[in-house]
Design a protein around this ligand. Structure first.
Ligand SMILES: C[S@@+](CC[C@H](N)C(=O)[O-])C[C@H]1O[C@@H](n2cnc3c(N)ncnc32)[C@H](O)[C@@H]1O
Length: 274
């Protein structure tokens, strides 16, 4: 394990465990989603409300009724869009988050089609959505071939004139990045209930666009490993990927609240029309 943390992990190789699916951490993630002040798993509520205001104005419900929310988590956006009259499908591979989303929808008498599934393995291409959303920079956690596959499928899933809206991090996010290797003892916190030794390495890859946060949790009789990958992008790279998938008309904003694109923005939001 100690040797392993020294090695360069092949880029975008998948760890055995996932922070979204590990039973304890998934529960912590759900709490992070629901924390209205934090930006842990969903952005803070003020940001979410501003995003929704922009989305509803730019994509009026009458014209853009049918919405697909990819990686919808516990339905923070899906629920509010359904309340505004949109017909929403939400896909997420966290059964924990989807169970919460379904409970909330039932309480509020909302008809939302929530599905537990990996959006990279789910066939949603024939649905004729008017809007497809991928919110909170999830595009960058995907391996290059998965990004390509997802863009193609999103394009096929859109009705003519339909729009794909997603955000990505730029290199600004990692401007002050320093590689680190640390260890700590963890107990009864975000990572674990039982006490364990936590090894963590944060690495930047030679392309200077790919980052890995590598975590090992060592217990007396087993261990868990989590690789958290992230790529940052510039405008040209995303535009090229969108054109390759078939999108022609592309707008760029600073973030998913529709803020005007600023030079040193940490995020960019793309609106791509079929
Ligand atoms: C950063 S969170 C954003 C959640 C939501 N879009 C929001 O802003 O509130 C990413 C979500 O994507 C889900 N996710 C990540 N990869 C996925 C995949 N391949 N298939 C389905 N869901 C995925 C995670 O479970 C998590 O709920």
């Amino acid at each position: 394990m100690f040797e392993f943390i020294k090695e360069e992990v092949p880029v975008f190789s998948q760890s055995r465990d996932s922070i979204w699916l590990d039973p304890h951490i998934a529960q912590q993630m759900l709490m992070a989603h629901l924390d209205i002040k934090g930006d842990g798993a969903t952005r803070n509520l003020a940001f979410v409300e501003a995003s929704l205001q922009w989305l509803k104005k730019k994509f009026p419900v009458k014209q853009f009724t049918k919405v697909l929310d990819l990686g919808c988590g516990p339905g923070i956006y899906s629920q509010r869009l359904a309340e505004a009259g949109y017909q929403v499908t939400g896909i997420d591979f966290s059964a924990n988050s989807i169970a919460y989303a379904q409970k909330k929808a039932a309480e509020k008498n909302l008809l939302i089609d929530y599905q537990v599934g990996n959006y990279l393995q789910t066939n949603f291409s024939k649905e004729n959505y008017q809007l497809v959303l991928l919110i909170y920079c999830d595009f960058g956690v995907l391996a290059p071939e998965s990004r390509k596959k997802l863009l193609k499928q999103v394009y096929e899933s859109l009705a003519d004139g339909g729009q794909f809206i997603f955000d990505v991090f730029t290199s600004e996010k990692y401007q002050n990045f320093v590689p680190t290797k640390t260890w700590s003892i963890e107990e009864d916190n975000f990572w674990t209930v039982e006490s364990c030794l936590h090894l963590e390495a944060n690495k930047r890859y030679p392309d200077k666009q790919t980052y890995l946060a590598q975590h090992y949790l060592l217990y007396p009789d087993h261990h868990k490993e989590f690789f958290i990958w992230e790529s940052v992008f510039n405008q040209q790279q995303i535009k090229a990927a969108l054109s390759e998938a078939g999108f022609s008309q592309i707008e760029i904003y600073s973030d998913i609240r529709g803020e005007k694109l600023k030079q040193h923005s940490e995020t960019m939001c793309f609106v791509a029309k079929k």
